[in-house]
Design a protein around this ligand. Structure first.
Ligand SMILES: C[S@@+](CC[C@H](N)C(=O)[O-])C[C@H]1O[C@@H](n2cnc3c(N)ncnc32)[C@H](O)[C@@H]1O
Length: 348
């Protein structure tokens, strides 16, 4: 049996010297035996952290509206394929299907989920959903939309720091058995004050570039927490967070494999990839009908609150979900970046 992950990382550092932060994070999240996501870490009310699809069915209903608008503008093709990367246990797919939008009702929607973590795939309740898991390499045929909610913040990142007129990438060493950050190789000086630090998300940027190259006729949509370098360096509580069972963990280096490790994405690095649209998540949700869905929920609540029937309770829950999804200090303040298809479908 392999030695515990922390011991293997210590041995690696003793053999090779300090390792890049991204190597540590990759092992902590995705080590084949003990990675946080491999052993069952996940989003959800009963999981480790909450994401927008896990707030309730409203987010999926809005995404269903977005899919319908993209399907309409593609000329309502007979088959419309959405590939969702980092699908977790498939909550978004389930709630999109449950919303029964036009693309779904026409039998056109094919929703393919990419999720490397077996424990998350197994958490999918199954059932008669027109969605399935696949390996990224198996996705064939025309893809219309590539979608990722809170994937990029979980791809292994690095940390850069300013040292006078120089920049350094931080690395991870051991001191008295504990993992510590030390200065590593030189990098271009980041545009921040002396001593300040920023995340560098080259893996996230490479993922965007790879998806654009692989699916040039697809719309690419990524939703995540992001901020400019200026905002990140002044952010209360910093831009790196670790979670376990919904608790925030102070020392993200202490227990690799036992905690989720995530960063606020540096918007500047992703803007350099020229998205065609950049907006706050609240604006994206409004553009795709959240207010109308909330109005319907309010009407159902008013009509049925006296008897408290199921439709009324669902309506009331929609109001609460909308508050969370539109909160500027929470999900509403996330960014949505979209890259339009390079070549639209012909003949539609
Ligand atoms: C923060 S969770 C988000 C889950 C879901 N999208 C949600 O919003 O609830 C990130 C997910 O991305 C998955 N993941 C990590 N690397 C990936 C990759 N290269 N391709 C696809 N998914 C990946 C992880 O296993 C994890 O389930």
């Amino acid at each position: 049996m392999a030695a515990p992950l922390a011991d293997r990382l210590r041995a690696q550092i003793r053999d090779q010297g300090p390792i890049p932060v991204s190597t540590f994070v990759e092992a902590a999240l995705y080590d084949e035996h003990e990675g946080f996501y491999v052993v069952g870490g996940r989003a959800g009310r009963h999981g480790d952290f909450l994401t927008a699809p896990e707030v309730g069915p409203l987010f999926g209903a809005v995404i269903s509206g977005a899919v319908d608008s993209w399907w309409e503008s593609a000329g309502r093709p007979a088959r419309f394929t959405v590939v969702e990367h980092g699908a977790g246990p498939g909550t978004l797919a389930r709630t999109v299907m449950a919303a029964e939008g036009g693309c779904f009702a026409a039998g056109a929607l094919r929703w393919v989920m990419i999720e490397p973590s077996a424990s998350q795939r197994e958490a999918h309740p199954g059932g008669a959903f027109l969605s399935s898991f696949a390996d990224a390499s198996e996705v064939e045929g025309l893809v219309d939309v590539v979608f990722a909610n809170e994937l990029l913040d979980n791809l292994p990142f690095d940390i850069v720091a300013r040292r006078g007129d120089r920049g350094v990438a931080l690395a991870i060493d051991i001191d008295d058995g504990r993992f510590v950050l030390v200065d590593g190789p030189p990098v271009a000086p980041p545009p921040i004050a002396n001593g300040a630090r920023l995340p560098r998300v080259d893996n996230a940027a490479a993922w965007v570039v790879a998806q654009r190259a692989r699916h040039p006729s697809a719309r690419l949509v990524v939703l995540d927490y992001m901020a400019t370098a200026e905002e990140l360096v002044t952010r209360d509580g910093g831009w790196l967070r670790a979670y376990r069972d919904h608790d925030r963990i102070d020392d993200w280096l202490a227990d690799p494999g036992l905690v989720d490790i995530t960063v606020d994405l540096p918007l500047d690095e992703l803007l350099a990839l020229h998205p065609t649209s950049v907006r706050l998540q609240a604006d994206f949700l409004r553009a795709h009908g959240i207010d109308q869905l909330v109005d319907q929920g309010r009407a159902a609540w008013h009509a049925g609150s006296a008897v408290g029937d199921l439709a009324a309770l669902k309506g009331r829950s929609r109001l609460r979900e909308a508050e969370a999804l539109l909160d500027a200090a929470g999900f509403g303040g996330f960014h949505v970046l979209e890259w339009e298809p390079e070549a639209h479908r012909s003949g539609c």
